[in-house]
Ligand binder design. Sequence first.
Ligand code: SAM
Length: 369
Amino acid sequence: MGVLSMKGGDGEHSYANNSEAQKSITSDAKPEVVKSVNEMIVKMDFPGCIKVADLGCSSGENTFLVMSEIVNTIITTYQQKGQNPPEIDCCLNDLPDNDFNTTFKLIPSFHEKLKMNIKGKCFVSGSPGSFYTRLFPSKSLHFVHSSFCLHWLSKVPDGLEENKKNVYLRSPCPPSLYESYLNQFKNDFSTFLRMRAEETMPSGRMALTLVGRKTLDPLSKDCFKDWSLVSDSLLDLVSEGVVKESDLESFNLPYYNPDESEVKEVIDNEGSFEINNFETIFGLLFSYKTGRSEVKDDCDDDVDHSRRFEVVKKRANLARSIIEPMLVAHFGDAIIDRLFEKYIYHAGRRYDTLRNKPTVNFFVSLTRK
Ligand SMILES: C[S@@+](CC[C@H](N)C(=O)[O-])C[C@H]1O[C@@H](n2cnc3c(N)ncnc32)[C@H](O)[C@@H]1O
């Protein structure tokens, strides 16, 4: 389970340096997070201490962008009502193998940027462990945030023996493979909700962003584009004799991108939370932002090849920052550079079909009943 953690540090392939796409989607969800924090405070009648958790914080600054927004919203809401600011407990959770050190080094600048009147009243701590287990005492949390985590399963589903040439679902494949993934997602997401239901106070809130899919068909090409690039790259390495066929056959990702009805069904069946809002946020797969200006995949046939390469490489680095630890644990680290050269090659070849396909992300706002 530990190898599910993203690539740590602040090097070229680290998560900290390759998570612009996640940051951009999380920014789009900010107004809804602010609204939810605001409503929670009023409903709970301005508590003296507020405990907030970011689950799956990873390494890098994304967690603090969210925490700053939450903390500043709390302060503003109290100020507007003429109330003294509360003490705020910010708990950062991830798996024990996560590179917490890279994240913790950013705490001083997080404190530095907070509004003056919260200085000395905001406490940050790490809470290592799986969010599919209990992490916090009963009824202790006021607000839970989690972005880009819940499509990661607690384990690779059972029953994937037939999935020999792919690292995830890809058409054509027997329906039983899809069912294995779906069942694992349902079990895991339901467990996640049950654990949080025990930890969250009545009227506490959760804001969750996860990768989803728009189409009902789980085998639609739109659903697994990144991972099919990884499968094709591994197949190349098998044919070159660099990777053993049996190693590819036994490797599957603990990942599932649900559709809206699958997410809602689990929430309804588990029963502890009410859905306040459910939104779909689209991102562009083959685009990225540098600073404030977005570089898009607007190349035509007379395409600027060096820019196309730059965009594809950026995408490869994003995939690498997420799955390199999993690949290294299974295949060893000797193949990684070569594998992502192949990834860039395949992504470049499919650039025209992939470039305008948006990524699908769900934002869900929930209240503890
Ligand atoms: C793509 S990163 C998201 C990081 C950050 N929230 C963001 O939006 O950029 C997903 C994170 O979820 C964490 N994660 C996955 N499964 C987890 C689990 N069962 N418990 C805790 N963290 C988990 C991974 O270790 C990883 O750091």
